[in-house]
Design a protein. Structure first.
Length: 365
């Protein structure tokens, strides 16, 4: 059959390159029949039409059959076959530049859906210089999926800087990624931009306070919470408690203690025994033993708890306050503390006191 020059316009993608190549009318009709059947949801008929197409090897019409098979497989949820077919299409070098870019983009979308992140980067990285929002989003997601946030971050920053009206999701991503990389100043800057758009969003204010706290700016963090409170925004007790827990999780007990102490002193959180114990433990973890001992002494006096007296005894002994430690240890024992533990600490304190007495005697002699 005589081959004709046809303008191929499958799925709305017309190409001058295709128009310059000979395509058998029978193949073209098979492709058209398959497309119509696929749009109707008759996948079996679409597959029969493609099976009947006799495409010339190493030709544009063969590539177009691969393409149709790929989209049919995609529509049926057979992504493995779709990837195989569309990969052949992109590697064929039979499409013009415009159609090649379109198919490359679709292949990247499918690879992203299948979490084949390295392939997405291989397909899209060469075009990132002039990339539009979708391409940048896919690259950012792929780099994240590969565990390379440092490569995702500059792409997102570039997009937002070039598009001041970028969606909030871009700003939220920049806040999260900078925070994950411990770039707290940058995270705070993007968070403030987000808050310009959402000034009455309590969650945004809480996020800003958390970032300031993580960067060691406890005063600014408290000031942020107070400013939000004065605006009429309210935080739940659990949200404020979580800010303190965040410091502990980030190995910043001193910052957590300062923040919790400030919130208790300024009435942002009610003062309870649980929070006072948490504060005491944070001071202890921060090696601020005097503050921790003061709190545990008050807690123990109120509760009579063996645990509180035992904590106080350990704190006193860690400060070489042996007599005070032994006194607290006795109260812990009377409150029901484990005898073996009490004995161990008592032996240590008494040996230290004995050593101190011997040293004084030796010095006097």
């Amino acid at each position: 059959m005589v081959r004709l020059l046809l303008l191929i316009a499958l799925c709305g993608a017309g190409t001058a390159h295709a128009a310059e190549q000979a395509v058998d009318p029978a193949v073209f009709r098979a492709l058209d029949t398959a497309q119509i059947a696929q749009k109707k949801g008759d996948y079996a008929a679409a597959r029969r039409a493609l099976d009947a197409a006799s495409a010339k090897p190493d030709s544009l019409e063969e590539v177009l059959v691969w393409r149709s098979r790929g989209y049919l497989a995609w529509a049926q949820g057979n992504n493995v076959q779709a990837l195989e077919m569309l990969d052949r299409v992109v590697k064929s070098a039979k499409l013009d530049a415009e159609m090649h870019r379109a198919e490359e983009l679709n292949l990247a979308r499918l690879n992203l859906n299948e979490q084949r992140y390295a392939r997405v980067v291989a397909l899209l990285a060469p075009r990132q210089a002039g990339a539009d929002e979708e391409v940048l989003q896919m690259l950012v997601q792929a780099y994240q999926g590969m565990g390379q946030p440092a490569k995702a971050l500059p792409l997102a920053e570039r997009y937002v800087q070039a598009n001041p009206k970028a969606a909030d999701s871009w700003l939220q991503f920049l806040v999260a990624m900078n925070a994950d990389l411990k770039k707290y100043a940058a995270a705070e800057r993007w968070q403030r931009q987000l808050m310009v758009r959402q000034p009455n969003n309590a969650q945004g204010w809480r996020q800003l306070a958390a970032l300031q706290q993580l960067s060691g700016q406890n005063g600014k963090s408290l000031a942020t919470l107070r400013a939000a409170y004065q605006k009429g925004l309210r935080f739940s007790e659990s949200e404020l408690d979580n800010l303190v827990l965040l410091a502990g999780a980030a190995d910043q007990p001193w910052q957590g203690a300062k923040l919790l102490a400030g919130m208790l002193d300024q009435g942002l959180l009610p003062r309870t025994a649980v929070r006072e114990e948490r504060l005491a433990l944070l001071w202890w973890q921060a090696r601020e033993r005097r503050q921790a001992a003061t709190l545990f002494r008050a807690l123990a006096a109120r509760s009579g708890s063996a645990k509180h007296w035992m904590n106080l005894a350990q704190l006193e002994m860690e400060q070489a306050r042996w007599k005070a430690g032994l006194e607290a240890l006795g109260k812990a024992e009377r409150a029901g503390a484990e005898r073996s533990k009490v004995r161990s600490w008592r032996n240590w304190a008494e040996s230290e006191l004995s050593f101190a007495r011997e040293k004084r005697v030796a010095s006097a002699g």
